[in-house]
Design a protein around this ligand. Structure first.
Ligand SMILES: [Cu+2]
Length: 391
């Protein structure tokens, strides 16, 4: 362990006592709003109504990669929606200001939006589908551990300004803003996520409705931008999470996704039917199809009863499905190399096929796998089943 690293670990211990910080002030198109002052408001019987989401992270702590599949990652631990929302025009600016940030907690600063059907003040956070609108990562690695977006944020008086996409359709959105500290990320589960959320009301006449990703599916502990050693020189850094949305790219993204999926999918998420309603409907009208996994020698023997996906309100990003689905238990093979399943009315996270195996692209009741020459270890499929039970 290098001296600088030892020193950093010591500093980290000190700053744990000092507190990591939270968003204490938000400026939206020139109007300033108060943040959720967790070390004060949490202990008040009648805290003020805010655009900011509340949390119970009174230790100013973080969400660890082991909790990436829990609701804590969405808007921090014990979070609940703010009662208010701030109006903002497409192309407008949101400036997020933190009360403080430890300068040894280097890492990316990432911001997402997720649309609510109606006001976000009573939204079910686990249904929110986030698309990335701003991201800063490694800026300069000349001096290890490098200059990061977090360092830039400190230099800018603990703030970062984010532009709302200029073509975004009007409506209520949750803005999810996050610093990921990587000073311990050379260890699996060593990264630290500090998410903060606010409510916005986008005005104007935009038409774009980018598809998004459930908060619990944004990251994996093994993502190259999460499990990374910043104490070594790194030639490039991959900002974690789904790809960045930029205004005008919605049509392109949808076309690209359509090209890689055989199932017909609804265009970008425009359904206003709440996911819960779809789940109820499917439970009432569908006989449950037992999940069955088959291993076959050739992908040409794929099942032909591919259910139509047109009844679902799912949407795609690079072929990855997200959002609600109606054919409970159905499998979706994305281009042969990754798969997902409809679980509890939602497409679960995309997972890569095991090395040496491919699936038959499209949706079907069985995940049809072409085995490699060597007998494939089916461990991951068993794990997959166990995981579904766990959910
Ligand atoms: Cu820390």
């Amino acid at each position: 362990m290098s001296f600088s690293k030892v020193a950093s670990v010591l500093l980290a211990s000190v700053s744990l006592v000092a507190g990591h910080g939270y968003v204490s002030s938000i400026e939206v198109d020139g109007t300033t709003y108060g943040g959720y002052l967790v070390d004060t408001y949490y202990f008040e019987s009648d805290p003020p109504e805010l655009i900011a989401w509340s949390t119970n992270a009174t230790d100013d702590g973080y969400v660890a990669p082991t909790a990436y599949d829990s609701s804590d990652i969405i808007c921090h631990r014990g979070s609940a929606p703010g009662a208010l929302s701030a109006p903002v025009a497409p192309g407008g600016t949101v400036k997020m200001t933190w009360n403080t940030w430890p300068d040894d907690h280097h890492g990316p600063v990432i911001t997402y939006l997720a649309k609510c059907s109606g006001s976000c003040s009573d939204v079910e956070k686990t249904s929110l589908e986030f698309f990335k609108i701003d991201a800063g990562g490694l800026i300069d690695d000349t001096d290890i551990p490098g200059t990061w977006a977090s360092d830039q944020l400190i230099d800018d008086s603990y703030s970062r300004s984010i532009t709302i996409p200029s073509d975004l359709e009007a409506g209520y959105y949750v803005l999810r803003h996050e610093i990921i500290a990587l000073h311990g990320a050379e260890d699996l589960d060593g990264a630290q996520n500090y998410p903060q959320c606010i409510n916005l009301q986008v005005t104007g006449s935009g038409t774009a409705s980018p598809s998004g990703t459930l908060g619990t599916a944004l990251y994996k502990d093994t993502d190259p931008g999460i499990y990374v050693d910043i104490w070594q020189s790194i030639s490039s850094y991959t900002i974690p999470g789904p790809s960045l949305y930029s205004a005008g790219s919605a049509a392109t993204a949808t076309a690209a996704a359509a090209a890689t999926t055989t199932a017909s999918t609804a265009p970008t998420a425009s359904s206003s039917i709440p996911a819960e309603a779809l789940v109820e409907a499917s439970a009432a009208t569908e006989t449950s199809i037992p999940a069955q996994l088959t291993e076959v020698a050739s992908p040409t023997t794929a099942v032909d009863d591919v259910p139509s996906a047109t009844s679902s309100s799912s949407s795609t990003t690079s072929g990855v499905l997200s959002g609600s689905c109606t054919d409970e238990g159905v499998w979706y093979c994305n281009g042969g190399t990754a798969f997902q399943r409809c679980v509890n009315g939602q497409w679960d996270a995309s997972q890569n096929m095991a090395d040496g195996t491919v699936c038959t692209a499209g949706t079907s009741d069985t995940l049809t796998i072409a085995a490699a020459k060597v007998r494939r270890d089916t461990h991951f499929l068993r794990h997959r089943r166990a995981h579904n039970h766990h959910r």
